[in-house]
Ligand binder design. Sequence first.
Ligand code: DC
Length: 237
Amino acid sequence: MDSTFVIAIDGPAGSGKSTLARKLAASLGWRFLDTGVLYRAMAVAASSRGLADAGEGELTALARSLDIRLSLERDLSRVSVDGLDVTGELRTQAISALASRMASMAGVRDSLRDLQRRVGAGGRLVTEGRDQGTAIFPEARLKFFLVASPEARAGRRLRELQTRGRDDTLEQVLAEMLARDRQDAGRRKDPLREAPDAVRVDSTDLDEDQVLALMLARAREVFGEVAMPAGGGSEPR
Ligand code: DC
């Protein structure tokens, strides 16, 4: 099994990548990897060491020194740093901003590349991030690039935050999202961009089930038997 048995999904924040990648993996009976978790785990480590405002040199040195480990569960990428499980600490606004800043640093990205490729080499993986189809798995046989209007993306993110009891406004969420988009797409090293052979899906006017159906149909076309769920498979949740 090699990384041609990888489905790479890229796109900006709020495009629905995570949910769809997770559901696609469950439908196929494949593993699921949320690569944003890796950058977020590094940000948690930096922040807990008092390095949230440090510069590139210090943060890159830190990234290189950390032992990051992943365990891929059914619908979660659990992550530990130097033996400490940080999965519960990944989703704050401060960690999002620091993760985005660290993700713009070439040395930080390099330090995570081999780990991602090792996971891919196990085959049957749906992976999502910003550079999966371009830099990490350029040979993946199926790539999706998910997009949606900024308003639709911010609306989805707002609903997600509200379910966690947050009371952010749409304007705040939109502004924060556009700032992260600029950082993710504007960086020199592996910026967010569409692979030339990616299937572009605009989910602005589609619901999740419609996008999932479209992705599943493509996966079955490309991978045939390998994308047929074993033993009836698990239904998406
Ligand atoms: O998808 P996310 O919001 O959890 O990602 C966190 C940050 O990491 C985000 O600013 C983009 C960055 N990232 C990246 O640069 N490359 C990836 N493959 C995944 C995430």
